[in-house]
Write a protein that binds this ligand. Structure first.
Ligand SMILES: Nc1ncnc2c1ncn2[C@@H]1O[C@H](COP(=O)(O)OP(=O)(O)OP(=O)(O)O)[C@@H](O)[C@H]1O
Ligand SMILES: [Mg+2]
Length: 319
């Protein structure tokens, strides 16, 4: 549905500011029905890429195909397939109500009035905006405005939807609601969505695949599942009653990845960082050799935030 080839964008120098190569030769494809997370530290080139994909700015070089149509040379037919929400909620009219916003933007895209009415009701209900359907958008909460902005993008029926930081500045509840909606919409409607975000909960909940950019270049393009696997760091915390014997203590601390967390007459905790699970059995063996009573073994969760930091480590100062 989307194919990008060697895309480059340099913002020219202005008033003493040097030119900035914001996007430095990136290539990727997105299949129909895919929800792709586009991640990277501040200034990595995410918004610039999204703006090129929705025709707001022109690449210096490279190609963009939307549903097979060349965006640079056949702009109008290509853009008919795309809708976008930039910077959260700028694509709605503040003086119009949710209902009027949806009507206006759907009509712009040439939707028939009959179909329109049903669609508007559907999205108002779906996005929990029914009660506020006749309240001016500027009087809605930020979360509601952001939901309305996404609804406006969806009602155009475009195959491709680009969302730049859809959950920026939202509270936990509103962010969760948007995540749920996006997941459902991809499943039901087979839309192709690219979203940029700094919110790793959004990534873990909604995206099957992510592209990570850093300084204008792609540094990872893989499934969330694979990336989590690739960077799996398992750390176990083991707590026993009482103290270790001197020989247990010596054998454990001699092992790579074992550190003492807490030692008191009542309780001893050690932390074990392991590359393969065999090490855990050896540790337990040493503890059992003196009949130590194990109180608990906890595995620390690996999460996408750790993966992300690992991948972009040392890259950008802006992060
Ligand atoms: N209109 C512009 N003129 C000049 N430079 C720009 C312009 N827009 C962005 N840049 C620069 O291009 C680089 C990429 O910016 P971009 O907004 O694409 O990053 P981003 O990945 O979206 O970052 P963030 O996570 O902060 O939103 C940055 O160095 C930025 O300062
Ligand atoms: Mg941005």
């Amino acid at each position: 549905m989307i194919r990008v080839e060697s895309l480059e964008k340099t913002y020219p120098s202005r008033k003493g500011h040097p030119a900035v190569k914001a996007v430095d030769g990136i290539s990727f494809s997105v299949q129909e029905g895919e929800l792709l997370g586009f991640l990277g530290p501040n200034g990595a080139g995410k918004t610039t890429t999204v703006k090129m994909l929705c025709g707001l700015i022109k690449p210096n070089s490279g190609q963009i195909f939307i549903n097979g149509i060349d965006l640079v040379h056949r702009r109008i037919p290509a853009l008919a397939e795309v809708s976008a929400v930039l910077e959260g909620n700028r694509n709605i009219y503040w003086r119009l109500t949710p209902r009027e916003n949806l009507e206006f933007f759907a009509a712009l895209r040439g939707q028939s009035p009959a179909r329109l009415r049903a669609d508007i009701d559907h999205y108002l209900e779906r996005f929990n905006l029914g009660e506020k359907r006749d309240v001016e958008a500027r009087k809605l909460s930020r979360g509601m405005q952001q939901k309305l902005a996404i609804a406006v993008a969806l009602i155009s029926q475009s195959k491709v939807v680009l969302l730049d930081e859809p959950t920026l500045g939202l509270d936990v509840q509103a962010s969760y609601e948007i995540r749920q909606l996006l997941t459902e919409i991809v499943k039901e409607q087979g839309r192709t969505i690219i979203l940029t975000t700094h919110d790793m909960n959004v990534v873990q909940d909604t995206c099957q695949r992510v592209i990570i950019v850093n300084e204008g270049k792609i540094v990872a393009d893989d499934s969330v599942h694979n990336l989590l696997d690739l960077f799996r760091v398992r750390v176990y915390s083991i707590t026993i009653q009482g103290q270790l014997t001197p020989s247990q203590r010596a054998s454990l601390l001699a092992m790579e990845g074992v550190v003492m967390e807490e030692e008191s007459p009542d309780r001893t905790s050690i932390s074990v960082r392991l590359e393969d699970s065999q090490i855990l059995y050896e540790v337990i063996g040493i503890l059992e050799s003196n009949h130590s009573i194990i109180e608990s073994i906890d595995q620390d969760q690996n999460n996408f935030e750790r993966v992300f930091l690992e991948i972009v480590k040392g890259g950008s100062q802006g992060a």
